[in-house]
Ligand binder design. Structure first.
Ligand code: FAD
Length: 387
């Protein structure tokens, strides 16, 4: 007993591979992409996620690519006035015993893949698109374009359009949530001077919001503008026209418009989530990350939940080596309520961030009264995970 196939070398799949290898399992990771190239943009990792990566021994490897933001400023998109500020650097480290990180998804994936390649218990196979998962005598057969892989158990970590989820019996797909994310990365020298600091910015306005933060040691700025749209794009992501985006932010504060105008190019992502589903509830197969519970990015926790899943599934598998099906059921039970709650929080935040008129005024007033420290503390239930 002890050979586990993981489908997908994204954040969740690679973290699970490392966590399972630490527990003595032999792991084969099957990744569709021929090369792990830079996909995505910046992501935030709260202390619940950084704590796990640090425990896996990745702190030194990640140090050159992560930034610890000093604080966060929530602003009115129209006036540019600061609604509240929160400290994130030392304050978060002191409160949670782990840092708040921002990192390019590609840099994080590259660091995880490098650690996986150095681990003799992990075999990372690229160019291996999984199309079927079948229970056979002696284990589970995972079919790829270039041959089957036979394992004792399989973990689907293949993202929001998971083939493993389909193979395990869920024929549904992602649910478009009428939001599009426009993402760009620009050299810090091109950003307006007022927005160049090591701080996270959140700008709230009618039917839209913007998030920005430093990346790559502060050399770059990551910008994501969220707007409302009636239908998903063909293929779910693709390039976006700057003029189109700028027209959506007509009337917003000058520094924010300057930041948007400085971006060299935009990629759009139609945003979707999926009902929480870990699999049919039998056999030695389960799902982690977006495959199980893709969520909207408005709690900045999708990747973090994949990392938590990875840690939990590895711990429970280690406790039941001869009964991986049982370990997976325990994992699913342990995770279901939490990921559902975070998914719901993300959807709620998305609605609150885009309020208009008197409701927006009430939101801003409530936020001012709450202040930054309490805003962060309200997420204790998320950030204290595993502390
Ligand atoms: C605009 C935006 C902002 C975000 N911001 C944040 C944030 O601030 N913080 C945060 O924590 N999260 C954030 N997220 C979410 C985060 O990016 C995802 O939740 C996270 O990447 C999910 O990780 P995963 O490993 O489950 O899937 P993925 O990272 O999608 O990886 C899936 C992997 O599986 C591979 N694959 C797919 N199909 C197959 C197949 N058939 N066979 C083999 N391999 C396959 C893919 O090539 C990929 O490598 C954001 C998302 C968006 C869209």
């Amino acid at each position: 007993m002890g050979r586990i196939a993981i489908v997908g070398a994204g954040i969740g799949g690679l973290t699970a591979a490392l966590a399972l290898a630490r527990e003595g399992f032999s792991v084969e990771v099957l990744e569709r992409a021929a090369v792990l190239e830079e996909v995505g943009a910046g992501i935030q990792l709260g202390p619940n996620a950084s704590r796990i990566l640090i425990r896996l021994g990745l702190a030194e490897r990640l140090a050159p690519v992560v930034v610890v933001p000093e604080g966060m400023d929530v602003r009115s998109g129209r006036s540019g006035d600061t609604i509240l500020s929160a400290e994130l650097g030392d304050a978060v480290a002191a409160r949670y015993g782990a840092p708040w990180w921002v990192v390019h998804r590609g840099d994080l994936q590259a660091a995880l893949a490098e650690a996986a390649r150095e681990d003799r218990s992990i075999q990372l196979r690229t160019g291996a698109a999984v199309s079927a998962v079948t229970e056979v005598a002696g284990g589970i057969a995972v079919a790829t374009g270039d041959g089957d892989c036979l394992a004792d158990a399989v973990i689907g970590a293949d993202g929001v359009r998971s083939a493993v989820r389909r193979a395990l019996g869920d024929g549904s797909g992602p649910v478009f949530r009428r939001r599009t994310a426009w993402r760009a990365t620009l050299p810090v020298a091109d950003a307006p001077r007022a927005l160049r600091g090591r701080r996270l910015g959140l700008w709230l306005g009618p039917n839209a919001h913007v998030v920005h933060y430093p990346l790559r040691g502060g050399a770059a700025v990551n910008v994501v503008a969220f707007v409302e749209d009636g239908a998903p794009m063909e293929g779910w992501s693709g390039p976006g026209e700057a003029a189109d985006l700028m027209s959506r932010f007509a009337g917003w504060a000058g520094p924010l418009r300057d930041l948007l105008a400085a971006a060299p190019g935009w990629t759009r992502w139609s945003l979707a989530d999926r009902p929480v589903w870990f699999g049919p509830g039998q056999g030695a197969a389960t799902l982690i990350g977006d495959a199980a519970h893709a969520m909207l990015p408005f709690a900045a926790q999708g990747g973090a939940m994949a990392i938590e899943d990875a840690a939990v599934v590895a711990r429970l598998a280690a406790g039941r080596r001869d009964d991986l099906a049982g370990a997976f059921r325990a994992y699913e039970q342990a995770r279901r309520g939490r990921v559902k709650a975070v998914q719901q929080l993300a959807a709620r935040n998305g609605a609150i961030y885009h309020l208009t008129g008197p409701m927006a005024f009430a939101r801003d007033t409530a936020m001012r009264l709450m202040g930054g420290e309490r805003l962060v503390a309200r997420q204790d239930w998320i950030y204290r995970f595993g502390a």
